[in-house]
Design a protein around this ligand. Structure first.
Ligand SMILES: Nc1ncnc2c1ncn2[C@@H]1O[C@H](COP(=O)(O)OP(=O)(O)OP(=O)(O)O)[C@@H](O)[C@H]1O
Ligand SMILES: [Mg+2]
Length: 402
C-alpha cells in the first residue's frame, strides 16, 4: 500500500461523506469500534498518511475529534460494518465483539481484514482459544469445558482440576465479568452457558505481552508489562518493564511471539500471561487488538502500540519496541455515581515533568468506568509509580484499595 505523509482536517460528522478529502489514492483504514482505543488508532493514522473510517456504537463517542469519518451503528449489523469497510483498503477493529455474520461478510467481500476473521473467531470463544493453545503445546493452566453446566458437573470438575477451580463463560466476558472461583456446587453459574473450567493458578504476577506481526511476517515484542489489578479484575496499574526475574523477560517475549505466529495473526496483539509461584509462564488469554496494558507505549516507547498496529496491518516496517526508561500507566477509574456528568471531555491531555494525563472524552461517568489514564516515565519504577499515584490523587480519582 503506498503511504504518503498527509494530514487532513477531521470530519466530526456522523453518517456523512468524508469532509473534502475525496482523493481515492489515499490509503484508508476502517476501524470497527469508536472507544478510546479507536481514538488512539485514529491519532496514529494521520502522521502515517492514513485516512480513517470508524464504526462507533454511539454518538458522541471517543473518536469524535480524531476520525475522518464516523458512522454510528452496531458491531453485529452487516450493513453497518460493510458501510464502513467499503471504501477502505484495510479493516481492523478495536473491540473483539464483531458479530459472526459481519466477519463472514467481510471475508466474502475480499477487503483485507487484520487480524483475520478466522483468527478473531478462534479467540472470541475462550474454549476454542484454549484448544488452540493445547494444539500448539503452549503452556496453559489445566482446563476442561462443558457446553452446558449443571450442579452435577461439580464432582468431576473438582477431581480433574483440584479445589477450588475457576469457571469462565466461553463468550461475552470482559474486565473479569464472566469469571469466577468455584468452591462448592452452588457456586457454579448455570447461566454462563458453555464454560471453560481451569485450575486456580497460584499467581505471582500477570503480564501483558504486546506483540506486533506484520503482513510480511516481521514480528516483534515489547518488553513485558506487569498488570496489577484491584477490585473486580479491573486493571489498576501497568508497569514496564515488569518487576519479574530478568530471565523471564526473554522467555515471555518469545512465547508471545510464538503464539501470534502460530495464530498467523497480523496486527498488534496482547497475550496475557500468568507467572505462577514456581515462576512458570502460562497463557491466560490473548486480545486481538491494541490493549490497555500498552497505553504506556505512547510516552514510553519510540513506537506506540497504535502506530505499530497500523504499521503491521499495512505491511510497513515495524518500529523499535524498546522502552528505554521505566514507564507506568495508571487507569483513571471513575468513582462517581451513574449518570453524573463528568468534566472529562473538556480537558485536554495534560503533561507535567513527571506525568501525562489522558482523557477519553467520555460524556458521562459510571462507577469504575475508565475515564482516562496517566502515564509516568522515570529512571526508577518506584518513582514512576509514585508520580502516577500522586497525580491520580490530585485529580480526585480512585487509587488502589479504595
Ligand atoms: N485459572 C486462573 N487462575 C487464577 N486466576 C485466574 C485464572 N483465570 C483468570 N484468573 C484471574 O481472573 C482475571 C480475569 O480472567 P480473564 O483474563 O480470563 O477474564 P476476562 O474477563 O476475559 O478479562 P479481561 O477481558 O478483563 O482481560 C485474570 O486477570 C486473573 O487475575
Ligand atoms: Mg484478561
Amino acid at each position: 500500500m503506498p503511504l504518503a505523509v498527509l494530514r487532513y482536517g477531521r470530519a466530526r460528522q456522523y453518517n456523512e461523506c468524508m469532509n473534502n478529502n475525496t482523493q481515492s489514492d489515499v490509503p484508508t483504514v476502517a476501524i470497527l469500534g469508536g472507544g478510546q482505543l479507536g481514538a488512539y488508532l485514529c491519532q496514529a493514522a494521520g502522521p502515517l498518511g492514513f485516512r480513517t473510517r470508524v464504526l462507533a456504537t454511539s454518538a458522541p463517542s471517543s473518536v469524535d475529534d480524531d476520525a475522518d469519518y464516523i458512522h454510528v451503528g452496531a458491531l453485529d449489523t452487516v450493513d453497518d460494518v460493510m458501510h464502513v469497510a467499503n471504501g477502505a483498503d484495510v479493516v481492523t477493529y478495536e473491540i473483539e465483539s464483531i458479530g459472526p455474520a459481519c466477519l463472514d461478510a467481510l471475508e466474502a467481500s475480499g477487503i483485507e481484514v487484520h487480524p483475520a476473521p478466522d483468527v478473531l473467531k478462534t479467540l472470541q470463544n475462550k474454549v476454542s482459544q484454549r484448544a488452540f493453545y493445547a494444539a500448539h503445546n503452549f503452556p496453559s493452566p489445566r482446563w476442561t469445558s462443558r457446553d452446558t453446566v449443571t450442579t452435577e458437573c461439580f464432582d468431576a470438575l473438582a477431581d480433574e482440576l483440584g479445589m477450588p477451580f475457576v469457571q469462565k463463560a466461553a463468550t461475552g466476558g470482559y474486565d473479569g465479568k464472566g469469571v469466577q472461583v468455584v468452591r462448592q456446587p452452588s457456586d457454579l453459574r448455570l447461566d454462563f452457558g458453555q464454560s471453560l473450567f481451569e485450575e486456580l493458578v497460584p499467581l505471582k504476577n500477570e503480564l501483558g505481552m504486546l506483540v506486533a506481526r506484520s503482513t510480511t511476517g516481521e514480528t516483534c515484542a515489547y518488553p513485558p508489562v506487569e498488570m496489577r489489578f484491584w477490585g473486580d479484575n479491573i486493571l489498576d496499574v501497568a508497569v514496564c518493564p515488569a518487576e519479574i526475574p530478568k530471565n523471564l523477560h526473554e522467555r515471555a517475549m518469545q512465547l508471545a511471539m510464538d503464539v501470534v505466529s502460530a495464530l498467523d495473526g497480523v496486527g498488534l496483539f496482547c497475550l496475557e500471561l500468568f507467572v505462577d509461584t514456581d515462576e512458570q509462564l502460562l497463557t491466560n488469554e490473548i486480545a486481538a487488538r491494541v490493549h490497555n496494558s500498552g497505553h504506556l507505549t505512547i510516552e514510553g516507547s519510540e513506537t506506540s502500540q497504535f502506530e505499530q498496529h497500523l504499521r503491521a496491518i499495512s505491511g510497513m516496517p515495524l518500529g523499535p519496541t524498546t522502552v528505554p526508561r521505566p514507564a507506568v500507566m495508571k487507569n483513571l477509574l471513575s468513582k462517581l455515581l451513574p449518570g453524573t456528568p463528568g468534566p472529562f471531555g473538556a480537558q485536554p491531555a495534560h503533561s507535567d515533568a513527571s506525568a501525562t494525563v489522558h482523557w477519553y472524552m467520555k460524556p458521562d461517568a459510571k462507577p469504575l468506568r475508565k475515564m482516562g489514564h496517566i502515564t509516568a516515565v522515570a529512571d526508577q519504577v518506584g518513582d514512576a509509580i509514585a508520580a502516577a499515584e500522586s497525580r491520580t490523587t490530585q485529580l480526585g480519582f480512585t487509587t488502589s484499595g479504595e
